[in-house]
Design a protein around this ligand. Sequence first.
Ligand SMILES: C[S@@+](CC[C@H](N)C(=O)[O-])C[C@H]1O[C@@H](n2cnc3c(N)ncnc32)[C@H](O)[C@@H]1O
Length: 257
Amino acid sequence: MAIDFHSRANRSTYASRQADTGWKAAIRRIVEPAGKRVADIGCGGGIYSLAWHALGASTVTGIDFSQAMVDAAHEQATGLADISFRQGDAAATGLPPASADIVFQRALIHHLRDYGPCFAEARRVLAPGGILIVQDRTPDDVRLPGSAEHLRGYFFECFPRLLAVETARRSTDTAVRTALDATGFAKVEMSMLWEVRKVHDGWQERRQDLINRTGRSILHDLSDTELAELILYIEKRLSPDGPIVEMDRWTVWSAVA
Ligand SMILES: C[S@@+](CC[C@H](N)C(=O)[O-])C[C@H]1O[C@@H](n2cnc3c(N)ncnc32)[C@H](O)[C@@H]1O
């Protein structure tokens, strides 16, 4: 069964880690965030809203259609100025026109049936010359094999049926570019990013993350019994000691409004 983003039981799943410095460096290669107004669409529990804030954005507004996620993000940002969160749909954010310099959409578009309206909304919200950054996985990213760093690849080796679910919901580079072009964006560029998702102290910590299905919506398509099988499958392939540096391969598109 697909993840229910509105369930309060899932409210911490996108709030329980920090963005890696490598991600921050990759963003800086695309745009200088300091002093910019950022809208983080599909912000979840605010992991990346907080990262934009740390990068020096003048304001950060996180939007998510799940009130449970918005509440979790609020908690994460307690005490910080110039960062706010509100409920809204990616295709109808409620943000004023031309009110952002950067619109960011991470791990959002594969949850949308049609991302054309969400790109159109991003263009409406962006000031002229503003930049849209979309971070998601293509089918090529998804098909990469499992390894000590790329644990996600093991999900599909162990349960090949998940690969069909996953590739069906992911878009190719061509499809995303075509939609951005059709929306009127200019200077569309694409780059690959190996992002450190989390550094785990050891297998027990990573194992608990898997049991909780933390930040891995695809694991909601497995029963508890199947998840236990997957955990054993991964455990056999990892060294029992030492930290685990878990990485994911992403595709990042940027486009100018
Ligand atoms: C995989 S999570 C990613 C969260 C965050 N961007 C991150 O990378 O940690 C996807 C998020 O998009 C939100 N979402 C899904 N469909 C949405 C929509 N139509 N409008 C706004 N938010 C949406 C979900 O509630 C969820 O928080």
